[in-house]
Design a protein around this ligand. Structure first.
Ligand code: G1P
Ligand code: ZN
Length: 542
């Protein structure tokens, strides 16, 4: 039986690039979650009788929202739902499942790397049939719908046992509770040389993988431990917890400090890695060497042909604009297309669908390929392991070889979090106002070559995205980028991205912040960060 329930629309909730993210109590308000899910369904056409994939990162409220989503999917006319056992599906595994089973789309319940728990974050995102995040046409339609929605449809049936694998019926719809790991693990076996990695591990190569009490725990146990022979103790924080053990499941040098410290210690294993709440981000650390995500993208692209899934080479490489130019040098050498897109994974979707690129990545610890339409944390880990197994070198040696061949790109991002929104906007407007007059100016020891506000012309569908960040290029190859975050939940977050390219091997061993000092000083001189934000120092440096 389907009920139609009246509600009042919500007014202030604009879903961002990663769906709708709010605190759990906001989602718990009567009718709120239902209104958002109904707004998604109301913005789609032609799903009658089709398949929907549902799963999440296991955070607090995941199971409740799944039960609601199942009843609403039935009432709205979906024919079948595939739901991960325990309500679990990593974001890349959900993307794969949508593609593999030719589903109409999927609901992914996650707030990614943000903390979880009764007063922490929750999120709902819709992915389309190619397995990737909904494009702006759909997210805009969803938003418009949330402004006027006044009812939702829901079927009446008992909670489905999410822990039991099997097929159930609810409200006339088929519900299949499926293994969240099996299909994904099988896909990884098609891409990577598991025999070579198994041999590497059997030969004494030691790994530490930090699942951060988030979704990748079960995936790492199956793939790394069961299939590749890694010591179970090497998978840290392997049990998904609703509150991630009270931590931020954010694989950066701040929140994965334990792993970082281990990798810099005398007891360091050969390879360290971590993934985030929903399994799409990655952190790669070799013994004694942190690999920046921008470098990792470049190094994976340069070596991908060593893995069976990429043995025919790459069709192209794509990176988000703020990601360093290290990958561009690899693309140039390989003679393949290089694409620079706005921040956010959804811009890679068109390029991947049109076979214009094979590997893509962002400086924010996201790397992936055309195997799914999301970034993929474990995929990056496995590609690194495959490369290490074939090259029989340490991470440090691979990094140093890469720098010797392509030069080193020093890179850092400074975040000023939770600053006043008006002040942040004024800082950006003030910079925009002077962009045209900057060329030729001297800032400290640097000379500005050109400056612009980044506009992206999608080569596949011709769409244009403006105001995607301010870029300042200096003579000699250094670059400074300013942009405001689109995912923050309180106030504004100003992100400043700095890079400097260094070809001289004698000057490739500097400490990153010291190496970037002239660019960091130029940022303050050009933008007046202290004046506008009232802050002396960034909140987070990565
Ligand atoms: C951040 C990252 C961006 C990533 C997004 C979603 O967005 O910078 O690369 O795609 O999270 O994971 P931002 O807050 O900068 O808008
Ligand atoms: Zn994530």
């Amino acid at each position: 039986m389907t009920r139609t329930v009246s509600i009042s629309p919500f007014k202030d909730q604009k879903p961002g690039t990663s769906g709708l993210r709010k605190k759990v109590p906001v989602f718990q308000a009567p009718g709120y979650t239902e209104a958002f899910i109904q707004s998604i369904f109301d913005s789609l056409e032609g799903f009658e009788g089709k398949t929907l994939v549902i799963g999440g990162d296991g955070r607090f409220y995941n199971r409740d929202v799944i039960q609601t989503a199942l009843r609403m999917a039935a009432a709205n006319g979906f024919g079948r739902v595939l739901v991960g056992q325990g309500g679990i599906l990593s974001t890349p595994a959900a993307s794969h499942m949508i593609r593999k089973y030719k589903a109409f789309g999927g609901l992914i319940l996650s707030a990614s790397h943000n903390p979880g728990g009764p007063t922490e974050d929750f999120g709902i995102k819709y992915n389309i049939s190619n397995g990737g995040p909904a494009p702006e046409t759909i997210t805009d339609a969803i938003y418009a719908r949330t402004q006027v929605i006044d009812r939702y449809l829901i079927a009446d049936f008992a909670d489905v046992d999410l822990d039991a694998l099997g097929t159930f019926e609810g409200g006339g719809m088929t519900i299949e509770v499926v293994d969240p790991v099996a299909d994904y693990a099988a896909l990884m076996e098609t891409l990577f040389d598991f025999d070579a990695i198994r041999a590497l591990v059997a030969g004494g190569f030691r790994i530490a993988f930090d699942a951060m009490h988030a979704v990748t725990g079960p995936y790492a146990r199956e793939i790394l431990v069961r299939r590749l022979g890694v010591d179970p103790a090497a998978v840290l924080n392997a049990t998904p917890l609703e509150d991630f053990g009270g931590h931020h499941p954010d694989p950066n040098l701040v929140h994965a400090k334990q792993l970082y410290d281990l990798m810099m210690s005398p007891e360091a294993p050969d390879f360290g890695a971590a993934s985030d709440g929903d399994g799409d981000r990655n952190l790669i650390i070799g013994r004694g060497v942190f690999v920046t995500p921008s470098d990792s993208l470049a190094m994976l692209a340069a070596n991908a042909h060593l893995a069976p899934g990429y043995k025919d080479g790459l069709k192209g490489i794509a990176r988000s604009m703020p990601t360093s130019g290290a990958a561009d040098r690899v693309a140039a050498k390989l003679g393949v297309e290089m694409h620079e897109t706005p921040t956010g994974w959804k811009f890679f979707g068109n390029l991947l669908d049109a076979s214009r690129c094979t590997i893509c990545g962002e400086e924010s610890a996201g790397t992936g390929s055309d195997h799914v339409r999301e970034k993929d944390g474990l995929w990056a880990v496995l590609l690194w392991l495959n490369i290490l197994a074939v090259r029989k070198q340490s991470v440090m040696e691979i990094v140093e070889d890469h720098w010797a061949e392509y030069g080193r790109t020093y890179y850092s991002r400074h975040d000023f979090e939770a600053i006043d929104t008006d002040q942040a906007n004024q800082l950006i407007s003030a910079l925009e106002g002077k962009l045209d007059s900057l060329a030729g100016h001297q800032v400290g020891s640097l000379t500005i070559e050109k400056a612009d506000s980044f506009t992206y012309h999608d080569p596949v569908d011709g769409s244009v995205s403006r105001n995607q960040g301010i870029r300042i290029f200096f003579e000699g190859g250094s670059r400074l980028v300013f942009r405001l975050s689109g995912t923050g939940t309180s106030g504004a977050t100003l992100r400043i991205y700095m890079e400097r390219h260094e070809h001289d091997p004698a000057r490739q061993g500097e400490e990153t912040q010291a190496a970037l000092a002239p660019v960091i000083e130029a940022a303050e001189a050009l933008a007046g960060i202290r004046k506008w934000t009232g802050r002396d120092a960034p909140t987070v440096i990565t």
